[in-house]
Design a protein around this ligand. Structure first.
Ligand code: ATP
Length: 514
């Protein structure tokens, strides 16, 4: 774990050094859990959004997009349940004065027991070698069984407490499990209290009666309250979906792990409206489609897993997370939820307006059921960054840091580098840039040795470097260097466009999903 922490620290500083992510308001010592994206970060982020948007709206003729406002009528958040129930259970350590999420402390204790099980298995694997029967060992080894029984009992107690919203019991679990504050090392805990995660502000001047409004904690409600507008004006028939990308805000208390948990972040959400009774079939379909979207990036199939929810929100009848293996463990990147007709029915109730759908085939009016797919842009960004980062030892004792970004997501697709700053090579290189720049994000760089320039491009994940040398002036060929293999091939300038296009276009990624 310690080694993984080291790697993660390096990724965070790499993200800053190469213009991907900066701490917000850094010259004022920063604003906690808020981040800015730099010149390379914004391009990577835009490419992720484009990949998602096109996969939703181009590949499905029954999905359209919208862009709703961040401010919405406050009653929307009453109807959705956020005013009353969008809470985290918090507990303070009286010695360190640090605040924690009680549920996270308990989840970490469960994870520790799981680590013990995995350690036993790894040890036995080493001891028995080839003949090791892992399944049998997990079933029968007394120490593993003991840990498993402890984990299951704790898990059961925890989910009962969460389901019953029993804050005293959550505290009691923390006491009984002898969970200590990581800072002070003591068990001197306060009571557990509920804390609402929504940010609020006031609209209008106080003189004419200001209204309390919220910064939206999710983009989904903007879709729900517009579903009938879109259905009618777009002449949509069920099943159909509405996609949206936009900022969301949550006053997260345990803000850690860089851009994994932020107070201002971005979501890509799609609500898919279906006939009642068909929701579980669609839930299954979307679960598979979304995992395929992730895997098409080629970050490694083994890095994903589903986490089906045992504890369902009161309005959901199925839910799963797609988790990604971050340096700090498997973590949720996307949630897929079967939200029944809860949200739309609530809006019907609170607004007093009829928002039923008329089904022309069944000749019936009803409130559609909804499957939601909800992914955080920033968490997706982090998963791409972490799995792409590599420190490589090269032959001859040299090292390089390379980002093996999926080519379609890379901020810069190719860099054109004149070998020397004279003899007309810069002019020729500029000429190539001026041709390629209409189709690809292209960099020109003439500073420092060619080796240093290659390293700079490797560090931001540029798939191709094009080197212009004296031979270029004679036969119009250049060397094309591949980021991952560092292999260099001599190609004609006339072929560059096609060669680059085939591997960096979003199109080739989208085709994998068809
Ligand atoms: P968590 O359990 O990690 O708090 P959540 O289950 O509350 O997440 P959802 O409400 O399902 O998250 O939001 C959908 C997606 O939005 C998440 O899968 C995640 O990618 C992203 N997301 C949620 N909260 C944050 C945050 N504070 N910072 C960055 N991304 C977030």
């Amino acid at each position: 774990m310690a080694q993984q922490d080291e790697v993660f620290k390096k990724i965070v500083s790499h993200a800053k050094e190469y213009g991907f992510v900066f701490q917000s308001s850094e010259i004022y010592d920063g604003l906690s859990a808020v981040y800015d994206y730099g010149q390379n970060g914004v391009e990577l982020k835009n490419n992720i959004k484009r990949y998602w948007w096109d996969a939703m709206t181009l590949l499905h003729d029954n999905i359209v997009g919208i862009d709703s406002a961040i401010f919405m009528h406050p009653t929307i958040w009453k109807a959705s349940g956020h005013v009353d129930a969008f809470n985290d259970p918090l507990i303070d350590n009286k010695d360190s004065k640090k605040r924690y999420r009680a549920d996270v402390l308990i989840e970490e204790a469960i994870a520790k027991i799981e680590e013990k099980i995995e350690k036993e298995v790894a040890k036995a694997k080493k001891r028995f070698g080839e003949s090791f029967d892992e399944a049998l060992f997990r079933e029968t080894n007394p120490r593993v069984c003991e840990h498993k029984a402890k984990r299951d009992a704790l898990h059961q107690r925890f989910s009962d407490a969460m389901n019953a919203n029993d804050l005293n019991e959550l505290r009691q679990i923390i006491i009984d499990e002898e969970i200590v504050c990581p800072i002070s090392g003591t068990r001197n805990w306060t009571e557990v209290r509920q804390f609402n995660l929504m940010f609020s502000t006031e609209m209008g001047s106080t003189a004419d009666g200001a209204m309390k409004v919220y910064l939206r904690p999710e983009t989904a409600q903007g879709i729900f309250v517009n579903y009938l507008n879109v259905q009618k004006t777009g002449r949509m028939r069920l099943p159909f979906g509405i996609a949206q990308i936009g900022k969301a805000f949550r006053n997260e208390i345990v803000a850690r792990q860089f851009i994994f948990r932020m107070r201002e972040f971005e979501q890509m959400e799609m609500q898919f409206f279906v006939r009642p009774g068909e929701e579980l079939k669609w839930f299954q379909t979307w679960k598979e489609w979304r995992l395929k979207w992730h895997k098409a990036l080629g970050l490694g199939d083994e890095k994903y897993r589903y986490h089906d929810h045992e504890k369902l929100a009161h309005y959901a009848n199925a839910a799963t997370d797609i988790e990604f293996q971050m340096p700090f463990g498997f973590k949720e990147v996307e949630g897929i939820h079967s939200r029944t007709n809860f949200d739309l029915s609530q809006h019907e109730k609170y607004s007093g307006k009829n928002i039923k759908y008329f089904d022309p085939e069944l000749k019936e009016n009803y409130v559609p059921y909804v499957i939601e797919t909800s992914i955080g842009v920033d968490r997706m960004f982090l998963s791409v960054l972490c799995s792409s980062y590599e420190e490589q030892q090269l032959e001859g004792g040299d090292t390089r840091v390379v980002l093996h970004l999926p080519a379609a997501l890379a901020p810069v697709k190719c860099a054109v580098l004149p070998l020397v700053k004279k003899d007309g090579l810069p002019d020729k290189a500029r000429e190539i840039v001026n041709d390629l720049k209409f189709d690809f994000a292209t960099h020109y760089d003439e500073k420092d040795s060619i080796g240093k320039r290659y390293r700079r491009q490797d560090a931001i994940g540029t798939p191709y470097c094009i080197t212009v040398d004296h031979q270029t002036l004679e036969d119009n060929t250049v060397t094309l260097r591949h980021r991952d293999t560092m292999e260099q091939t001599r190609v004609s300038v006339d072929d560059l466009h096609k060669l680059i296009h085939d591997s960096v276009s979003l199109n080739s990624l989208l085709r994998k999903l068809a």
